[in-house]
Design a protein. Structure first.
Length: 273
């Protein structure tokens, strides 16, 4: 069991991969003030460390995150509630660190074991890739307590599962298991619980071998691709290619190809089924 006196989120760096571990499984890793402060601290450290090539976000002891701090919500209501303006300011504060996480110019992998509910689902979908275990569960739970989705789900969920299915998941607040989540496109791979962390680290380590400039630009443009017309995307593509072709990474890769040497970044083919 995780030490509840440890930080709400701890950060370690393993072979160039930053691992953010959410350490409040008993409370289901809620977005408390401590959690948010620790998340921001981790982002600061990652952004400042040029040696970090990829990021893994994982929950301790089989729990990803249930999102919003419901206990804190109850306390605020019992104390007379908060004004719409106060809540709006709180939401902008929430969006600030969520957006920083979404736009990190490194590959980000969410490794989901157990529940990813409400804001926890939104947090997982801010990653570039989502891996999970067979016991993972996903739920846009907001309708159960009379709220609308947040943590960017209005943006991410329709793009991942389609408009009609996103409406259904939001309106019903039903639980989606791992197999359905993969079928819907919410997750990319399912791994045994005991192998999830190693699978995420292995994937992150391989991604560290890619040209970081090319990955950063590819991520940024792909995240924006639904909001740009084809002419704008082509212009951005041309500019991006000019930047990437001027990198030392590209020059080294071309020389390796010419000299029939192994390339630094070659993704293994998946096994045939």
């Amino acid at each position: 069991m995780s030490n509840e006196r440890s930080p709400a989120i701890s950060l370690s760096v393993e072979n160039g991969v930053a691992v953010m571990s959410m350490n409040r499984p008993r409370q289901r890793n809620p977005f408390t003030e401590e959690f948010i402060a620790d998340f921001r601290r981790c982002l600061d450290a990652i952004e400042a460390d040029a040696q970090v090539g990829a990021v893994v976000l994982i929950g301790a002891d089989g729990v990803f995150s249930a999102g919003g701090d419901v206990k804190g919500m109850v306390e605020r209501i019992e104390q007379g509630g908060a004004s719409a303006a106060d809540i709006r300011r709180r939401m902008y504060g929430l969006h600030e660190w969520i957006q920083r996480f979404r736009t990190l110019e490194r590959p980000v992998i969410a490794a989901v074991d157990g529940p990813a509910f409400g804001g926890g689902l939104g947090l997982a979908l801010m990653a570039d890739f989502v891996l999970c275990t067979p016991r993972a569960q996903f739920c846009a739970v907001f309708a159960r307590i009379g709220l609308v989705p947040d943590v960017g789900l209005f943006y991410t969920l329709p793009r991942m599962v389609g408009l009609q299915r996103a409406k259904e998941l939001m309106a019903t607040a039903r639980v989606v298991d791992a197999d359905e989540a993969r079928a819907l496109g919410l997750v990319m791979e399912i791994h045994p619980a005991e192998a999830l962390r190693s699978a995420a680290l292995e994937m992150a380590g391989r991604l560290c071998e890619a040209n970081p400039v090319a990955f950063a630009i590819t991520k940024r443009l792909t995240n924006q691709s639904f909001d740009m017309d084809v002419n704008a995307l082509i212009e951005a593509e041309a500019a991006a290619q000019g930047i990437c072709m001027a990198t030392g990474y590209h020059a080294d890769a071309v020389r390796r190809f010419r000299d029939k040497q192994p390339l630094r970044f070659v993704w293994p083919q998946p096994p045939r089924t």
